[in-house]
Design a protein around this ligand. Structure first.
Ligand SMILES: Nc1ncnc2c1ncn2[C@@H]1O[C@H](COP(=O)(O)OP(=O)(O)OP(=O)(O)O)[C@@H](O)[C@H]1O
Length: 238
């Protein structure tokens, strides 16, 4: 299997504290890779290093074999990395249509077809609604539509299910799986473990800034470190 996005030896130090220590991660074409772990483990920091929002202090990031470690976010976006950050990132005062057009211009320098993108994520009826008036689930779907403006080689999603009702989360999960089915490598961090593991083909446990476990979902849930340090004894599989 060919790795679409490959990070090796990633080290991030912030405020004198080592946040990521020698992290190796490879996301393959067509897979959904879960990056799970307790709060503060370093998941968002890892994602920021992968997408170019905050470069690592050491290590390399390769996209389709090319070293993109020092490339800024916009250049990686143009090259095919989509990103749904943890915090809301829509342009609140613009409509759904204007949000989609604006991002398409950044990536392609043209307006694109916002109607098609909106229809893909079930927002066809909401095109002229201001992003600030959307529900959390609709906003996440708009961010998803924006991230797939160009069918991405890699999609990095930081807590996409946060604040979304179960039906909305299941629907978003299906969109992620469909995207992976068309070849995109999807990386996903989320504390909605059941939804995340339902969607993932492989999961990594990040603990204290280091990779502690890599396994397929069925094994991941039963792993003693995952149960002891992350899921806790109340989780159904424990
Ligand atoms: N710029 C920064 N300066 C200082 N500390 C930072 C900085 N960025 C992150 N950290 C620290 O790094 C650690 C990892 O943060 P990060 O947000 O990556 O964790 P996370 O696994 O995504 O957590 P969560 O599940 O709560 O979102 C935390 O202790 C955080 O306080």
């Amino acid at each position: 299997m060919k790795a679409r996005l490959e990070a090796s030896g990633l080290r991030v130090v912030r405020g004198g504290k080592v946040i990521l220590r020698d992290v190796d991660v490879a996301a393959n074409e067509g897979e959904v890779l879960g990056i799970l772990g307790p709060s503060g483990a370093g998941k968002s920091t890892l994602f920021r290093a992968l997408v170019g929002e905050s470069p690592p202090d050491a290590g390399t990031v390769r996209l389709g074999g090319e070293d993109v470690t020092r490339w800024p976010l916009w250049r990686r976006a143009r090259q095919g990395i989509g990103y749904i950050p943890q915090s809301p990132s829509v342009l609140w005062d613009l409509t759904v249509r204007q949000n989609l057009i604006t991002f398409h211009r950044v990536v392609h320098q043209s307006d694109g077809k916002p109607e098609e993108r909106a229809a893909q994520v079930g927002l066809a009826e909401r095109l002229d609604v201001r992003a600030g008036e959307l529900s959390a689930g609709e906003r996440r779907r708009l961010e998803f539509a924006r991230a797939i403006t160009r069918e991405p080689l890699v999609l990095v999603c930081d807590e996409p299910f946060s604040g979304i009702d179960p039906v909305g989360a299941a629907r978003l999960g299906e969109l992620l799986r469909d995207l992976a089915g068309r070849g995109t490598a999807v990386l996903l961090a989320d504390h909605h473990v059941e939804e995340a593991l339902r969607v993932c083909s492989r999961a990594i446990l990040l603990l204290d800034g280091a990779v502690a476990v890599t396994a397929v979902p069925g094994e991941f849930e039963k792993h003693p470190l995952v149960r002891g340090r992350y899921l806790g004894t109340l989780h159904p599989s424990s």
